[in-house]
Structure formats: structure tokens, C-alpha cells
Design a protein around this ligand. Structure first.
Ligand SMILES: Cc1cc2nc3c(=O)[nH]c(=O)nc-3n(C[C@H](O)[C@H](O)[C@H](O)COP(=O)(O)OP(=O)(O)OC[C@H]3O[C@@H](n4cnc5c(N)ncnc54)[C@H](O)[C@@H]3O)c2cc1C
Length: 539
């Protein structure tokens, strides 16, 4: 299937978005749809809605992707694990979506070889395990893994050692190599939101939904808080795409919907990742490593390739545990870090400690539970999504995966059409996603000050200016954690860049000196809270 050629778009200009939102509210103009939640799910829904010809507004109470959608393992994958759980339909769907994403997000979905090492058992080659893994990988390829253009293959011990020289050579019996893909989750979310804007949607970050007014049994108005002011916007329909916050958003509905919405329980499952310097693991490929004493495995993924064939960092993830604390900014504890490092140290000739950790991130999976899975391991709860609707103008979509956001959006819009009527058919499969606009980048570059030196190899003054003008970044943390991934991959370097980035943002956004200082302080507080949470429990 070919992709539709489109103009690059000019990103998301937050001032323009706000102006248009206020103008709609002032004219008491009813929009078709308000989507709540600017993670990958809400951004995907807004894009599908705009392409089908609906007048749609996307609102996000924090920054785009500031919820779970910047805290994933960043894999665009079928999930070999789900095959082992017997969920072939989910794997097939995800592998189909992986290949659609490779096409529509050209250049931003990178093929990632994965090594599945086989370890000896009591010094012997574990034939049964090797055969089972081989069968699982054939099934993965057959379910759609083949679409990536390469099939899995068996490796001898020497082949494994070549790719991952620090794997414990006494314990390695051989391995398999298979292929999946990776994308920057926060950037993908932003690109999907920017594409929605290009197609006519409004997308506003730092804009909270505070209430949904129901009139004569049907959704009528949403109440929004943005930049300290309040906006009432009339709408025919609301889509709740608020991830782990979905039940809270349901609670904001004031009044009885003529057709009640089915009840939902979201079970938040915490997942933590840590970043370490690549020299400690020296693997050329991503790896799936077993967790000692647990029936799970973790990924070890090299990142930031260098010109000499090495990498800058590697990240390890993820944990999968019930989360009972605050939904905002779940912490990464020392137990989480120990769990991840233990798996790597058991498989490799390494003794990586918490002192080697240079970055962390922690997110909550919005797992949809049925009566059967309110207990037991969160890892065993299905990763499928669920769409519920009330014909009175309210639709809710929860669960799923980053990888399957497009098909989740298609399913959601099919429900929305039952309320608003049909317009155009779904066209997200063949619509190229917006990327940073090269002409706008060039124009910023040519007007940049003489100090347009890289703040870091992945972050220049041009990037910061572009983030503010065309990617709706309004806080220091937006630039350091989501427009660039510097904070996740190397917190100390991000802290070093914080001051120069704050000066550029001050110039662009007209911050007073005290605002600039507050921004620096809140970023420093975030860094310290991460460090403190990790240290808790260490004597
Ligand atoms: C550790 C971990 C690893 C993962 N790894 C992968 C992976 O490798 N590949 C993969 O495919 N999937 C992965 N996932 C799953 C994937 O990340 C999630 O399914 C996806 O990001 C969820 O997106 P979402 O938009 O539904 O939720 P979110 O990204 O959380 O978005 C919901 C948004 O709603 C906003 N919101 C809440 N209340 C309001 C309000 N009142 N007004 C306005 N906005 C509001 C929140 O601020 C939030 O930004 C992983 C998940 C985790 C936790």
C-alpha cells in the first residue's frame, strides 16, 4: 500500500492553538469531538478523527506524552512474550501495525536485531528449551514477523559471543537472532499529534479537562483549565483517552448520561528502566535476558550508536509490578534497580551496581482488568485495549500498546461514528506522519546566534528553538525529557545543559529571570527526587 504524499506541516504552534480554541469557545461553536489525553492513544484518536473530517480538539493536562507514552521500552514490536501466553491475535495485530508504522513514520522506526541467548543447564545444552524457543520464533515469524524482511536464525556459541562478548561464556550454549523495531515514543506521540494538527485538529498541551457537562442526558460542554484561565467548549462527543487516569476522567462527568457507560477498572502496573554506560555491557544487539528466580525476562538495549560501531549507552527494562502510590510520576526504587541489574549481572561477566546507573524512567501500564485478573502477576494481564461507549456522546479507550495505537484509534473512531454519523473512511494506514519541518529548521539555523554550538551531541540551540516554536514546549523539562531524550539517557549531561537551554527558552518565551530560576529549580528537584528514590533502601 502506498502512502499519501502530504506537505510537511509546521508542527504545533501553541499560541495559535490556544487562540483558535478560545475563538471557538467565544463563538459558542460546538465541536464534534474533544479527546482527553495527549499520550499516543489520544493523539492517534485525534489524527484519525481529523482525517475522517471531524472537528476535533485534543487536550492534554501536562505535556504531550508526559504520561506513560514517554516511559515505554520504546519497542515497536509484536511481543514474543504474548505468543508464549497464547495471545496470537494480539501478536498478529501488533506485527501488522509494526509494518504500517515503518511505512508511515519513515526513518523513525528503526529495525532492531534481538539476541535470545540459550544458557546451559547444569553444564549441559538444554535441548528442550532450545526447541521450544525455536518453535516460538517460527510462530512469531509466521504471525507477521516476516514483514520486517528478515526471519529469525539460530546462532552457535561463537556467533553469540561475537555479538555480545561480555555474556558469560561458561554458561552460553548458543542462541537465536530475531528482529523487531524501536521508535522514540515521546517523539512518535508528538509527530502523531502534529499530523492531527496538519489535518485540521487543535491540540493543546497544559490544558486540563476539569468537567463534562451533561444536558438532557447527553454530553454538551467540556470545562477546560489552561494557563490559569477557564474555557467552556461545547462538544457533541468526548473521547476519554486518559490512560491510567481514565477512571478519574470518568468521574468528571457531571450529570447522568441517558445511556450509562459500562464500568471499568484500570490496574496500573509499574515498569522501570535504567540506563548505564554501554562499555559495561558492550553488546552490538538488543538482548532478552532471563530474570533469576522469576519467570520473566528483561530487555538490554544498546542506544545512541557512535561512528566507530560502538554505542553510547544501553538501557535495561522493564519491571512489571502492581502500583499503589500516586499515579503522577511513579518513582523508580532501589528494589526496581536491583531487579534489573541482577538479571544483567547473572548473564554477563559484569558487576554493574546502582552507582553505574546514569538515567532512569518509570511509567504505569494502563491494564484493563476483568474479574479474573484483579489478582496474580500484572505481567499475565492482557495487553489488549478496550473501547466502551455511551450513545449519549461519551467514548472511552484504555489499554493496548504504543505499537497498536493506530488500530486502537480506528476502533475508537468506529464507535464515535455510531454517535456522530459516518463521514470519510479511515485513512491512517496510508497517511505519512509529520516530521520536523526541514525548511523551518533551516530558517531557525540560519538566524541562530553565533553560539549555535551543540549543547550536547543530540541537542543544539536550533533544536530548542524549534521545540518552543513548533513543538509546543513551554517548560525546561519538556525539552530535556521529551523533545530530546537526554534526561532519560544521561541525567548528569541533561543537568549540565539545563542552564544554557533555560536561557534559550527565556529568550523565546519571554520568561522573567525568576521564571527561569523556577524552571531550573523544578528540573533540579525532579533529578534529585529520582536520585533519592533510588537511594531509599540502600544503607
Ligand atoms: C514500562 C512500560 C514499557 C512499555 N513498553 C512498551 C513497548 O516497548 N512497546 C509498546 O508498544 N508499548 C509499550 N508500553 C505500553 C505503552 O507505553 C502504553 O500502552 C501507552 O503509552 C499508553 O498510552 P496512553 O495514551 O493510553 O496513556 P498516556 O500516555 O498515559 O496518556 C494519557 C494522558 O492523559 C492525560 N490526562 C489525564 N487526565 C487528564 C485530564 N483531566 N485532562 C487532560 N489530560 C489528562 C495524562 O496527562 C496523560 O498524558 C509500555 C508501558 C510501560 C509502562
Amino acid at each position: 500500500m502506498s502512502v499519501r504524499k502530504v506537505h510537511a506541516g509546521s508542527g504545533i504552534d501553541r499560541n495559535v492553538m490556544l487562540e483558535q480554541l478560545r475563538a471557538k469557545a467565544d463563538r459558542s461553536e460546538a465541536v464534534d469531538l474533544v479527546v482527553v489525553g495527549g499520550g499516543i492513544t489520544g493523539a492517534g484518536v485525534a489524527l484519525d478523527a481529523a482525517l475522517r473530517g471531524f472537528d476535533v480538539v485534543l487536550v492534554e493536562r501536562g505535556d504531550f506524552a508526559s504520561g506513560t507514552s514517554s516511559k515505554s521500552s520504546k519497542l515497536v514490536h509484536g511481543g514474543l512474550r504474548y505468543l508464549q501466553q497464547g495471545d496470537v491475535a494480539l501478536v498478529r495485530e501488533a506485527l501488522r501495525e509494526r509494518s504500517i508504522l515503518q511505512r508511515i513514520a519513515q526513518g523513525r522506526v528503526e529495525v532492531l536485531p534481538f539476541l535470545l541467548p540459550i544458557f546451559t543447564k547444569d553444564g549441559l545444552f538444554p535441548r528442550r528449551i532450545a526447541r521450544a524457543l525455536g518453535s516460538a520464533l517460527w510462530a512469531y515469524d509466521t504471525a507477521g514477523g516476516w514483514r520486517i524482511g528478515r526471519l529469525h536464525r539460530r546462532l552457535r556459541k561463537s556467533g553469540v559471543a561475537k555479538m555480545a562478548p561480555l555474556l558469560n561464556s561458561d554458561r552460553i550454549a548458543g542462541g537465536y537472532l530475531y528482529y523487531d523495531a524501536r521508535a522514540d515514543d515521546a517523539r512518535l506521540t508528538l509527530d502523531v499529534a502534529a499530523t492531527a494538527v496538519r489535518e485540521g485538529a487543535l491540540a493543546v498541551n497544559y490544558c486540563s479537562l476539569t468537567g463534562v457537562t451533561v444536558n438532557s442526558g447527553a454530553v454538551n460542554t467540556v470545562e477546560l483549565d489552561v494557563d490559569g484561565s477557564h474555557i467552556s467548549l461545547q462538544t457533541r462527543c468526548v473521547v476519554n483517552a486518559a490512560g491510567v487516569w481514565a477512571e478519574r476522567v470518568d468521574d468528571l462527568v457531571n450529570g447522568e448520561l441517558a445511556e450509562p457507560l459500562p464500568a471499568l477498572t484500570v490496574r496500573p502496573a509499574r515498569g522501570v528502566h535504567v540506563t548505564i554506560p554501554w562499555e559495561l555491557v558492550q553488546t552490538q544487539v538488543a538482548m532478552v535476558l532471563p530474570v533469576p528466580g522469576d519467570k520473566r525476562s528483561v530487555f538490554l538495549i544498546p542506544d545512541k550508536p557512535q561512528l566507530d560501531g560502538t554505542f553510547d549507552v544501553a538501557y535495561i527494562g522493564t519491571t512489571d509490578t502492581d502500583h499503589s502510590g500516586t499515579l503522577d510520576d511513579p518513582a523508580c526504587t532501589s528494589d526496581d534497580v536491583e531487579y534489573l541489574l541482577r538479571s544483567v549481572n547473572a548473564a554477563m561477566e559484569s558487576s554493574i551496581t546502582q552507582d553505574h546507573v546514569i538515567g532512569v524512567w518509570s511509567g504505569l501500564r494502563p491494564l484493563v482488568t476483568s474479574d479474573d485478573d484483579t489478582e496474580g502477576r500484572t505481567a499475565d494481564v492482557s495487553r489488549r485495549h478496550r473501547v466502551d461507549m455511551s450513545s449519549s456522546g461519551y467514548v472511552r479507550v484504555v489499554g493496548g500498546k504504543l505499537t497498536t495505537y493506530r488500530s486502537m484509534a480506528e476502533d475508537t473512531l468506529n464507535h464515535v461514528e455510531r454517535i456522530l454519523g459516518k463521514r470519510k473512511p479511515c485513512s491512517t494506514r496510508k497517511t505519512l506522519l509529520a516530521d520536523r519541518n526541514p525548511q523551518l529548521l533551516d530558517s531557525i539555523r540560519s538566524n541562530a546566534s553565533s553560539s549555535n554550538l551543540p549543547l550536547h551531541s543530540t541537542l543544539t540551540e536550533t533544536d530548542v528553538v524549534y521545540a518552543v516554536r513548533h513543538e509546543a514546549a513551554i517548560h525546561l523539562v519538556d525539552v530535556l525529557t521529551r523533545r530530546s531524550r537526554l534526561h532519560l539517557l544521561h541525567r548528569d549531561l541533561a543537568m549540565e545543559c539545563a542552564e544554557p537551554v533555560s536561557f534559550i527558552m527565556q529568550r523565546e518565551l519571554g520568561w522573567s529571570e525568576s521564571t527561569r530560576q523556577q524552571e531550573l529549580q523544578s528540573y533540579t528537584d525532579l533529578c534529585h527526587s529520582e536520585i533519592d528514590a533510588m537511594r531509599e533502601g540502600i544503607q
